[in-house]
Design a protein around this ligand. Structure first.
Ligand code: CU
Length: 284
């Protein structure tokens, strides 16, 4: 008996150690998620780095508590009903078909729960909807199958293509890295205007808590204000044709000075319609 007990205790200890190791691996994975791309065995969301993202985290935490309580309550009811009203415990079933107050309660209480959730979710919807007093604007145009980014105030525009597998260098991520990244300064409120050149696409960057459809004939708006320098990966997440999986989004948030330096080279490299500028200067 003692030997069996010891074996069981040993097995439990081993199980516990394995569990701890698993938790440690998951914790490391969660920490790595600040690299802002999906991680193997990742649980939960990527770390958010924008005001909208932080509010989404809060809403998520509230919802997690609510759904856990509801699930436990329903489970408890089911277990109670299964035991209390099984045939041996309840040979003559009640013929009750209506119970006014019970029906008022099971309609009213869930409605109140939804109103409570709405107190958090509706303001969040409006908060993420439009940039109030943005510091800069980027027009995002989706194409089959690449992105075009335009900074109207800086008069630059450029395409952003996936780096093919054969050209991937060390430190780049296959199927996620692009030739030209969308560069923004940390702390700036960036208004994003999304439209499409052809079919529907979707501008989706999880760490920035941004997902907007590019819809033909419409300009959709969103915004973000990145609070941490880094490289944030996203993908088109509206099925848009054969190369849907080959139009990733890379947002590089850098400090203002670094961004200003980038802007200088970008203006040389990506000037909007440079011919027109030259003609204008000749006319002066
Ligand atoms: Cu697409």
């Amino acid at each position: 008996m003692e030997r069996i007990l010891k074996r069981v205790t040993d097995a439990t200890m081993r199980g516990g150690a394995a569990m701890l190791a698993a938790v440690a691996i998951l914790a490391v994975a969660a920490f790595d998620a600040s690299a802002a791309q999906p991680q193997p065995w990742q649980l939960g969301m990527q770390e958010h780095v924008t005001p909208v993202g932080h509010k989404i985290d809060q809403l998520h935490d509230i919802l997690l508590v609510i759904i856990t309580l509801i699930s436990l309550f329903v489970l408890a009811l089911l277990v109670y009903v299964c035991i209390r009203f099984k045939r041996s415990n309840n040979p003559t079933p009640s013929k009750t078909t209506h119970h006014t107050w019970l029906e008022v309660a099971w309609t009213g209480i869930p409605a109140l729960i939804l109103v409570f959730i709405g107190l958090y979710s509706f303001p969040l919807l409006y908060f993420g909807d439009k940039a109030i007093d943005p510091d800069m604007t980027v027009k995002v145009e989706s194409h089959q199958w690449y992105w075009n980014y335009t900074y109207p105030d800086e008069e630059i525009t450029f395409d952003s293509y996936l780096i093919p597998d054969e050209d991937i260098k060390d430190g780049q991520t296959r199927l996620l890295d692009v030739d030209n990244r969308l560069v923004v300064p940390v702390g700036a409120k960036v208004q994003i205007l999304v439209n499409t050149y052809d079919v529907m696409h979707s501008f989706f960057v999880p760490a920035l808590a941004v997902q907007v459809y590019g819809t033909p004939g419409r300009i959709n708006e969103t915004w973000f204000q990145v609070d941490k320098p880094g490289v944030y990966y996203g993908q088109c997440n509206q099925i848009c044709g054969i190369d849907h999986s080959r139009m990733p989004i890379v947002v590089h948030a850098m400090e203002q000075a670094e961004y200003d330096a980038w802007l200088v080279t970008a203006k040389e490299q990506f000037a909007m319609n440079p011919g027109a500028t030259k003609v204008a200067s000749v006319a002066d």
